[in-house]
Design a protein around this ligand. Structure first.
Ligand code: SAH
Length: 396
């Protein structure tokens, strides 16, 4: 492998005057606007950000095409070496060691900025690892990342999941790649429940690992309730609700293949008899269903705002779906509602749900504020990483 770490293989980025505060805040994203000029090979994996005197301020993954020109991994005197990257991967894996013991063999192993590896995500599904690299610099040293994961985890198969819009912006190949022994499928256990994960075909890396704790919460409140699981994907919230003693569960998703997966997962956990499956648009379903008296509604839509410009339209979507969900809940009903749009803060999301509650004419209390599980840590220096936010509401 080319030694991308040696001094003359690195790109040198000269910081624009007056931008030094950026570094003091230790935000890992260094945008083009903060850079005065660049030297060195344009296909470098590693970049060093330096001041006017040539003193190193930060080092990280370099990218020629992205607005985020450098994803900083180390600052000031800390040298960026292959050992630093290996050490971060090992630390990330070790950080999750307690998660694996409690009937759970699926978790996020590396969470980008949250594990000080901006641009690298790795999920473990039993003996399969799914790797998503979204930075050109990280792509160039992919071998180092893969070798370290192999040594730590010994997976049967690694799926390099490359079909991502962010890779398109970085002009990286979009074909996914299977390393090791196919198929890129696994049967996982999560809190003692079983799920089939097809990483090559599924959404995200195959399963929404970030909702694990919130699903566990649903299991504790579901007893005796009629549950509506909106945007159900592979039915995971529905399976937990059934395991918690729900009287009935209805899973609704617009994708027929997602609904097939939901059926399969209910089957795996012996709860098909109380479950119903609908291939439908959640908005039309709520409007068309008449006034149903659900006791628990889970509402976990895809990110409605994929960019800052879409926030207003997204807010209308969140308000609409929550308004209709609130209207259909019986007294004492529970609504567990989420936004996974990075551009919508918890504060804004709460205001949107407030607007929906006013319009629905319901009295509503927040029982819990919800976020992703501990295998999705957020860097204090990169709050943008906290994309998932939710509320558990009681409705009268
Ligand atoms: N709650 C799920 C993850 C949901 S992901 C879990 O815990 O696994 C969002 C899902 O919403 C996807 O499966 C997608 O197919 C579905 N979806 C997107 N738009 C939709 C719409 N308008 N109506 C219903 N489902 C929709």
């Amino acid at each position: 492998m080319t030694d991308y770490f040696k001094p003359d293989a690195r790109r040198i980025l000269w910081i624009r005057q007056g931008r030094d505060r950026l570094i003091a805040n230790r935000h890992p994203w260094i945008f083009t606007g903060a850079i005065e000029r660049e030297d060195g090979p344009p296909d470098a994996a590693i970049g060093d950000l330096v001041d006017a005197r040539g003193m190193r301020l930060a080092s990280g993954f370099y990218s020629t095409h992205s607005q985020i020109r450098l994803r900083a991994l180390t600052f000031a005197e800390e040298e960026l070496t292959p050992e630093v990257i290996q050490g971060r991967i090992r630390a990330a894996v070790a950080r999750r060691s307690s998660l694996g013991s409690a009937g759970t063999n699926a978790m996020r192993l590396v969470h980008s900025e949250g594990d000080e590896l901006s641009g690298v995500v790795a999920d473990r599904y039993d003996d399969m690892v799914v790797l998503e690299i979204t930075s050109a610099g990280a792509e160039r040293i992919a071998e180092l990342i893969i070798e370290t994961l192999r040594r730590e985890i010994h997976p049967r198969v690694i799926l390099r999941s490359n079909d991502l819009p962010s890779r398109k912006h970085e002009k990286l190949p979009l074909e996914s790649e299977i390393l090791g022994s196919p198929p890129a499928r696994a049967m996982i256990v999560e809190n003692g429940l079983r799920f089939a994960v097809d990483a090559a075909e599924g959404q995200k890396t195959g399963f929404f690992l970030d909702q694990r704790d919130n699903r566990a919460l649903v299991r504790t409140v579901a007893a005796g309730r009629r549950v509506l699981n909106l945007f159900s994907y592979s039915g995971a919230f529905g399976v937990y609700a059934a395991a918690g003693g729900a009287r009935a569960v209805t899973n609704v998703d617009i994708s027929a293949s997602a609904v097939d997966k939901a059926r399969q997962n209910h089957d795996l956990n012996g709860s098909t008899d109380i479950a119903t499956f609908e291939v439908a648009d959640a908005f039309s379903y709520l409007r068309g269903a008449g006034r149903q008296e659900w006791d628990l509604v889970v509402c976990d839509p895809p990110a409605f705002a994929k960019s800052r410009h879409e926030v207003e339209r997204a807010a209308r979507g969140y308000k609409d779906v929550n308004l209709h969900a609130l209207r259909q809940l019986g007294p004492g009903g529970l609504l567990m509602t989420f936004s996974c749009s990075g551009h919508i803060s918890l504060d804004l999301f709460q205001k949107i749900v407030f607007g929906a509650a006013i319009d629905a004419g319901r009295r509503v209390s927040i029982l819990r504020r919800l976020t992703a599980g501990e295998d999705h840590p957020t860097s204090l220096f990169c709050p943008e990483g906290e994309y998932l936010k939710g509320l558990l509401l009681e409705v009268h």
